[in-house]
Design a binder for this molecule. Structure first.
Ligand SMILES: Nc1nc2c(ncn2[C@@H]2O[C@H](COP(=O)(O)OP(=O)(O)OP(=O)(O)O)[C@@H](O)[C@H]2O)c(=O)[nH]1
Ligand SMILES: [Mg+2]
Length: 231
């Protein structure tokens, strides 16, 4: 076997000239995109008078108090852009937010009123279902719906009915499930809790916590992919 000459006692990396610095920089992978802006766009209790459908939209649906508005704040990295409350029935309009990214992607996030809460006045209870349904059925720019399920309760009848409704639409949006409030479980219990929700549903389920931020990157990755496919 030929012996290699002993390594000369010089620094391993050659001292780079300005030119080689420039080419090294261009070979470096681009940094992952970051959110640079998040703002409230508008709200309505009537799907026909919402802000103009100028951008692709992803909506967040689920029972009252499941954590939709909190999840939106976590997604937008803003503490309280969307209003949240311990009392169910906080969000009563369709609320639209716009998020902008360093790579130029812009998307509308849509916070929907919750369903399944029986203690509001009868007229409100009755008016919310049609508002959610008419938004989901008529919004041409709707590309994905994230359905939030409380990981402690699992999907209930009205959640399954919403999935069926979405699947029955002429142009069904992509559906993702987020199993929320997983911080309420110990680390060891989180995976089994998410698996339990998965067994109720065919599509992907992402464990999410608005308190710790768990699941945020994974959900964004999927939502960005849906919206980017259109660019
Ligand atoms: N521990 C924990 N609490 C959460 C989480 N997400 C939301 N909450 C709490 O749950 C309550 C309801 O949260 P919201 O975000 O207002 O729920 P919502 O689904 O928007 O409710 P509606 O607007 O009434 O439909 C609040 O007290 C939140 O602080 C979470 O991931 N972990
Ligand atoms: Mg809300």
């Amino acid at each position: 076997m030929t012996e290699l000459p002993a390594a000369p006692n010089v620094p391993v990396a050659p001292v780079a000239s300005d030119a080689s610095n420039a080419s090294n920089a261009s070979a470096r992978p681009a940094p992952p995109p970051r959110i640079v802006s998040a703002a409230f766009v508008g709200a309505s209790t009537d799907a026909s008078t919402l802000p103009a459908p100028t951008l692709a939209e992803v909506a967040f649906a689920g029972r009252s108090n499941v954590g939709k508005s909190s999840l939106l704040n976590a997604m937008m990295q803003r503490k309280s852009l969307a209003r949240t409350s311990r009392t169910p029935g906080c969000t009563r309009q369709v609320n639209i937010f716009e998020v902008g990214w360093t790579d130029g992607l812009r998307v509308h996030l849509v916070d929907l009123p919750g369903y399944g809460y029986a203690k509001r006045s009868r007229s409100e209870k009755i008016s919310w279902g049609p508002l959610i349904e008419s938004y989901l059925a008529t919004r041409q720019v709707l590309r994905a719906v994230t359905l939030l399920i409380d990981a402690r309760r699992g999907a209930e009848d009205d959640d399954l009915a919403l999935i069926e409704f979405l699947e029955s639409l002429e142009n069904p949006p992509q559906i993702f499930l987020a199993a929320t409030k997983i911080d309420k479980f110990s680390r060891a219990q989180q995976k089994p809790a998410v698996e339990k929700v998965k067994r109720q549903f065919r599509g992907p389920v992402i464990g999410f916590s608005s308190v710790t931020g768990d699941g945020r990157d994974s959900l964004w990755q999927r939502l960005r992919a849906v919206v980017q496919n259109e660019r």
